[in-house]
Design a protein around this ligand. Structure first.
Ligand code: CS2
Length: 494
């Protein structure tokens, strides 16, 4: 018998779409001729597993206004992988041993800002664009310790010198909103989708601070005319790995250079705002008057716990969050942290029960197929603590409540910054403040008190907590315990 012919697998691209639809691997809609209604800044994995998939459902419902231009502000790898695929990529939902694969068609164009400035300018000024969404990570906003624009953040400083050729998100938004006004094109609404407290309102403040300095005559118009709703986004999305490419190809037969792997769970809560927008409710998004209770629950339970899993996981040799979550000492500690110190600061809202929310998190943390790296989550912790743990510490201290568990996390982070785990293996620190932080952390064992004093002086991290003697004492106690008896002793409280 002659061997079966083996065809060379084809690259995923627009020509494959009809076959993918027929096979049930993509939603049935015609992609040609979609309008561009959204520009997304920060077209990384999280965006592709979240905003883009909600929008894909809206396009499939027949509302063809919301094709997305995806933009990478700093790198070109997403553009390089997705442009030959006509913006198509595979979403791999993984729940332990269950896997489902769907090709997402919402991205109509992918740009890398560095080499395609004119294309980005055109996209952001296009009259069809009614929304700009962002997932650029906490550190890229340029937030100072007082919540206002950090005029010394390098990207912001450069844009302040040259506001007509911006590089930062704040710079691009301001310049193109002003350009639209001058061209009498209505402004777009801006949806920040990062894990920041009050993300929309914070971004609004930064844009206004920046506009005061660059386009002062437009600042009050910007303040009145542009919507910056708060949003809470949730989905655990690890980095793409080689196995994801194999899984995507096995599912539908095409070569996909940039699939995205995520958990099945997804949530999006958006503050009501006026103006045209996709009916994202089709895919389960909620529009509410006040996002705060949802945002607090997410930042203080999921994200704050994640940081603890990440730092202690790295220190105790666990490569993934799921592995860290099955370490009895880490798991027992994180439960105590959540129950005793984090959850009590949350307000019960009609649509949000903190206890139920907390219970739902554990299977998500334990989803072994996600392979969510502890190193990945530990990245940029200096910017994350200020959003996740420090506000809780401030609130609890103001009410005279204990912060011993959160102090364990802060001490664990300092110990993590030493760059050597409990068995002596070294690992890199990925953080915008990596150099000063690792330098400060060198004294963690020899002089925990001096070390903690120096850390608390970091205003960008500790803000109003920086002079709180009681908070510092608590962290010193925990760091001393780690220095004397190791990380497990601090987790056990022994
Ligand atoms: C994580 C988040 O990397 C991190 O800091 O805590 O990316 C987390 O996975 C998402 O916020 C989940 O919605």
């Amino acid at each position: 018998m002659a061997p079966l012919p083996v065809g060379v697998p084809k690259r995923l691209n627009a020509a494959a779409w009809p076959a993918l639809v027929l096979a049930g691997h993509a939603r049935p809609y015609e992609r040609a001729g979609l309008a561009n209604g959204i520009v997304h800044l920060g077209a990384g994995a999280f965006f592709r597993a979240h905003v883009a998939t909600y929008t894909d459902a809206v396009l499939a419902s027949g509302d063809r206004r919301w094709g997305i231009t995806g933009v990478s502000l700093r790198h070109s790898d997403v553009r390089d992988a997705l442009a030959p695929q006509d913006g198509l990529y595979t979403l791999l939902e993984r729940d332990n041993d269950k896997l489902s694969a769907q090709v997402i068609g919402a991205l109509t164009q992918v740009l890398a800002a560095s080499g395609e400035r004119e294309g980005l300018q055109r996209a952001l000024c296009a009259p069809s664009v009614a929304l700009v969404t962002l997932t650029i990570t906490e550190k890229a906003y340029g937030i100072g310790a007082d919540g206002h624009l950090d005029v010394h953040a390098p990207a912001i400083e450069a844009d302040l010198q040259n506001p007509h050729a911006p590089g930062s998100a704040v710079g691009w938004l301001t310049a193109t909103l002003v350009a639209r006004r001058q061209a009498q094109v209505p402004p777009y609404a801006v949806l920040a989708c990062d894990n920041l407290r009050d993300n929309g309102h914070t971004l609004r403040r930064l844009v206004l601070d920046y506009a005061q300095r660059t386009f002062p005559q437009e600042a009050s118009w910007l303040a009145d005319a542009v919507a910056f709703p708060n949003t809470m986004v949730d989905r655990i999305v690890p980095r793409t790995i080689a196995q994801d490419r194999l899984d995507a190809q096995a599912a539908h037969g095409y070569v996909d250079e940039l699939p995205v792997r995520c958990e099945p769970f997804t949530q999006w809560v958006i503050e009501d705002f006026a103006g045209a927008r996709p009916e994202w409710e089709i895919a389960g998004a909620q529009f509410v008057a006040d996002v705060r209770p949802f945002e607090d629950a997410k930042l203080r339970l999921l994200n704050a716990a994640h940081t603890a899993f990440a730092c202690f996981g790295v220190l105790l040799g666990h490569a993934t969050i799921a592995q860290a979550a099955t370490d009895p000492d880490i798991a027992a500690f994180v439960r105590r942290l959540m129950t005793e110190e984090l959850a009590p600061t949350l307000t019960r809202a009609p649509a949000l029960d903190p206890v139920a929310y907390q219970a739902r998190l554990w299977p998500r943390f334990g989803n072994a197929a996600l392979g969510h790296g502890t190193q990945q989550v530990a990245m940029d912790t200096s910017a994350k603590l200020a959003q996740r743990h420090v506000p809780v510490m401030l609130e609890r201290r103001a009410r005279g409540e204990g912060i011993e568990c959160i102090a364990v996390v802060v001490a664990g982070w300092i110990r993590y910054l030493a760059g050597r785990d409990e068995s002596g293996s070294t690992y890199p620190i990925d953080d915008p403040l990596a150099a000063p932080l690792t330098e400060l952390a060198t004294a963690w064992r020899t002089d925990p008190r001096a070390c903690v004093e120096r850390f608390f002086a970091l205003e960008a991290v500790f803000g109003e907590l920086r002079n709180d003697k009681l908070a510092k004492d608590a962290v010193v106690r925990q760091l001393e315990r780690i220095a004397a008896n190791g990380v497990r002793a601090a987790l056990r409280g022994t």
